[in-house]
Design a protein around this ligand. Structure first.
Ligand code: PMV
Length: 324
């Protein structure tokens, strides 16, 4: 199929996991929120069959058609490979095969638990798809999950879902996503430890723990489920004090699971000491970001208290992926 246009642009939001990370891989529920920082992907049809990727994240490359799926050990593999796969799969959907210039611009740091790889693949699929026709969100989400499998072998699909649909959602593998319609506005402060880590490594550490001590793992998993379901109630009842307390409790659980590190525990402590309603690491852990829930009048004090780390206030965004 020939393109119906030669240039397109799409964007997808960053995300935080408020409850349930890691256990969501094992079919327990998680609560996710997309936040108002985005990845923008521009695509332009080339007059050869190559893919050129450029980005503001420090990676770029030129790939010929045969090599699109064989990026073995290049730096930034975990970011570039899903983009290559996403673009190729989106074209395959329309039985198309053209070369592309793909430019990726992100407003948030990558590799720190904010969903950069899923947001990149979601925005790439939407942008490439719109050169040829229209892809439903369901399709985009499924294709992104395919690309995410290259980042780590057993993704829950949570990142792809939240970056596609946006908003606040209860997610569990194999079940329908429950989107929370009431557009509540949570004040979320994100602080980045600056320590990059790979999701796959942490997911595999957790798998070892499950193999070594299945009873302990099952206990933690059922606690995570119960915290998540209580949090859902607190969100629906707009009980933010309760919600914050549950976030902090979830952090303790993740410490017990062994995925937090001192830098994250310290950040959580500083956030709580300066008035956050609750705080926790978010995503796979081992580095990356913490997220705190706060009320309006504590925002400035909390942000000032975090010295030497990238820290920003964010709000939930409800659009998900957008073709511009
Ligand atoms: O890649 P991150 O840091 O956003 O973490 C993904 C969340 C996990 O639950 C650890 C893995 C998954 O596939 O859900």
């Amino acid at each position: 199929m020939n393109p119906i246009r030669h240039f397109s642009k799409a964007s997808a939001p960053a995300k935080v996991i408020l409850f349930g990370e890691h256990f969501v891989v094992y079919k327990k529920p998680a609560i996710l929120a997309s936040i108002d920082r985005r990845v923008y992907v521009d695509v332009k049809v080339r007059n050869d069959d190559k893919f050129r990727i450029t980005s503001n994240m420090g990676f770029h490359g030129l790939f010929d058609a045969r090599k699109r799926k064989s990026l073995q050990s290049k730096p930034f593999r975990s970011l570039m490979q899903p983009i290559l796969t996403a673009a190729t799969d989106a074209m395959n959907e329309f039985h198309a095969n053209v070369g592309l210039d793909i430019n990726v611009r992100t407003e948030f740091p990558y590799g720190v638990g904010l969903g950069s790889s899923a947001a990149c693949s979601v925005a790439t699929i939407a942008a490439v798809g719109s050169l040829f026709g229209k892809l439903s969100k369901k399709k985009i989400c499924g294709m992104s999950l395919n690309a995410e499998k290259l980042v780590h072998r057993n993704p829950s699909g949570a990142d792809s879902a939240i970056c596609t649909y946006g908003g606040l959602m209860l997610f569990s593998k194999d079940n329908e996503i429950e989107r929370m319609n009431s557009k509540i506005d949570l004040q979320l402060i994100v602080a980045n430890s600056g320590i990059q880590r790979t999701t796959g490594k942490l997911v595999s550490n957790v798998k070892h723990l499950l193999e070594e001590d299945p009873d302990m793992f099952r206990g933690l998993a059922s606690l995570s489920e119960s915290i998540t379901m209580q949090a859902l109630k607190a969100i629906k009842g707009k009980d933010y004090g309760e919600l914050g307390g549950l976030m902090t409790l979830n952090h303790s659980l993740l410490r017990r699971l062994g995925v937090s590190i001192n830098a994250l525990d310290n950040l959580v402590e500083i956030l709580l000491r300066n008035g956050a309603l609750g705080a926790k690491m978010t995503g796979a852990g081992g580095g990356g970001c913490v997220v705190a829930l706060t009320n309006k009048h504590s925002i400035n004090k909390i942000i000032k208290s975090i010295k030497g780390y990238e820290t920003f206030l964010s709000h939930i965004e409800y659009d998900g992926v957008v073709v511009e």
